[in-house]
Design a protein. Structure first.
Length: 454
């Protein structure tokens, strides 16, 4: 009797994968107790741990990390002498933002137009399901040919560094010959892609104070310094007229020499409104993969409804700065703080609090693991060659792992292609991508094991 191809095995497992992803998406696992109960993250961690135990993982543990969250670890031993592969995903998610803008409930996996919608469906609960699918298919097709470690992080989206610090304190825990980070994505649906670079990130909260208390805008406006106006002017100093990030002393002219991102495609993917221009200069790839980018991600100010005619005594904003490979995140943070302090108008008092930081990352795409992945992706995506791209987002753990295990090869794949709209409303995952990438990962593990036997 001929054994069923592994691709058919994965296809047969997709209904179970959908059901499990629905269970996992249902947890409101935003790792910020100010927004959602901590119990939601704890329940999601328990679910992940139970899933690993059901797949015969040993030493499954809930790791209490220094930032107050939990990461889930498990080990699946392979054949004697086989290499060890670490598979990474995270179960925490971004908040849903405006729930009224979702076409279906954000924490209820909903199928629509051939995609599965729900917060975390692509970023990155779907990445954990991808790992499970690959391993189940291999077990059904003769066994997993490598030893596998799985780590599912509980606070990646918050950038608070819990797992990084835990790994540094327990360096033996995540040691592996190669590491697959399942938290990036294909350049677009159907085009197999590994991510070669990640921008780093620093996150700051900035408070501007100008008055002892709010004042009547008619009685004092025109002379009394308004903190909200000072904040607006301060934030405006972070961009040139064309939208280029302008932080004093921070280089903004690096060029990307790999896969390019056509402007028309980017406008479509980003859903830029007709007549609205892009910001910055250089190619799109330069701007999103090779250069720093500042974003104001939140401002504390009076809402329009209920606003009073008052001058504000204090204002607060949260700023994200993406830091490209070749620049140091700590150094960029210092430059950003110095810029904010130097550009405060009217002598306004500026206080800065750092709330997160991660270094940029560059992978070695010439390593043997990339050859094994390229071969796997050619099978999973017939007629397509594996592409290498950058990614504007940040995964701080990558640099920690690279420093702890300098001999390990690190690959970045995942489900967060442009249509997934991660971090936005109506996040979704393509089930076809989940199926194909799970096949690619399974074939990669087999190819990689064979390459180590030569």
């Amino acid at each position: 009797m001929t054994a069923r191809p592994i691709s058919e095995t994965i296809a047969s497992l997709m209904p179970r994968a959908k059901a499990e992803l629905a269970e996992l998406v249902a947890f409101q696992s935003v790792a910020d107790p100010a927004q959602f109960p901590k119990s939601e993250c704890e329940a999601a961690a328990d679910w992940v741990a139970d899933a690993l135990r059901a797949e015969d993982f040993q030493d499954v543990a809930l790791l209490d990390t220094p930032d107050g969250t939990r990461s889930v670890y498990g080990f699946l031993p392979g054949p004697a002498g086989a290499p060890t592969v670490l598979l990474y995903a995270h179960y925490d998610v971004q908040p849903p933002l405006d729930e009224s803008a979702w076409l279906s409930p954000p924490f209820e996996l909903t199928e629509r137009d051939g995609r599965w919608y729900g917060r975390g469906s692509a970023d990155c609960k779907g990445g954990f399901i991808m790992h499970l699918l690959a391993l189940r298919a291999l077990k059904a097709d003769g066994g997993v040919p490598v030893s596998v470690k799985v780590i599912a992080e509980g606070s990646e989206e918050q950038g608070t560094g819990g797992l990084e610090r835990y790994a540094e304190a327990h360096p033996e825990l995540l040691a592996a010959d190669t590491i697959v980070i399942g938290d990036t994505g294909n350049f677009r649906v159907g085009l197999p892609t590994v991510t070669a670079t990640l921008r780093g990130m620093t996150m700051l909260r900035v408070t501007v104070d100008t008055l002892e208390g709010n004042l009547h805008s008619g009685q004092f406006g025109g002379a009394a310094p308004d903190a909200l106006a000072a904040m607006i002017q301060l934030l405006a100093s972070l961009r040139a007229e064309d939208g280029t990030t302008t932080v004093d002393g921070l280089a903004t002219d690096t060029e990307w020499d790999g896969l390019q991102y056509p402007e028309a495609d980017f406008r479509k993917d980003a859903k830029v409104l007709d007549g609205v221009g892009l910001i910055g200069t250089g190619t799109v790839a330069d701007r999103i993969w090779a250069r720093p980018a500042v974003t104001v991600i939140g401002i504390d100010c009076p809402p329009v409804i209920g606003a009073t005619p008052s001058l504000q005594a204090s204002a607060r904003a949260q700023i994200s700065l993406r830091v490209p490979p070749g620049q140091d995140a700590a150094g960029a943070t210092e430059l950003l703080i110095a810029h904010l302090e130097a550009h405060a108008p009217w002598g306004a008092r500026v206080t800065v609090e750092q709330v997160g930081q991660g270094q940029p990352f560059r992978a070695d795409t010439s390593s043997p693991a990339y050859t094994s992945m390229a071969q796997a992706m050619e099978v999973a995506y017939p007629g397509e060659m594996m592409q290498t791209s950058g990614m504007g987002g940040s995964i701080p753990l990558c640099n920690t792992l690279a420093a702890l295990y300098p001999e390990a090869e690190i690959l970045l794949i995942g489900l967060s292609e442009p249509e997934a709209q991660i971090h936005a409303v109506n996040e979704s995952v393509s089930p076809e991508e989940l199926e194909r990438l799970s096949l690619a990962e399974a074939l990669f593990l087999r190819n990689y094991a064979e390459s180590k036997q030569v």
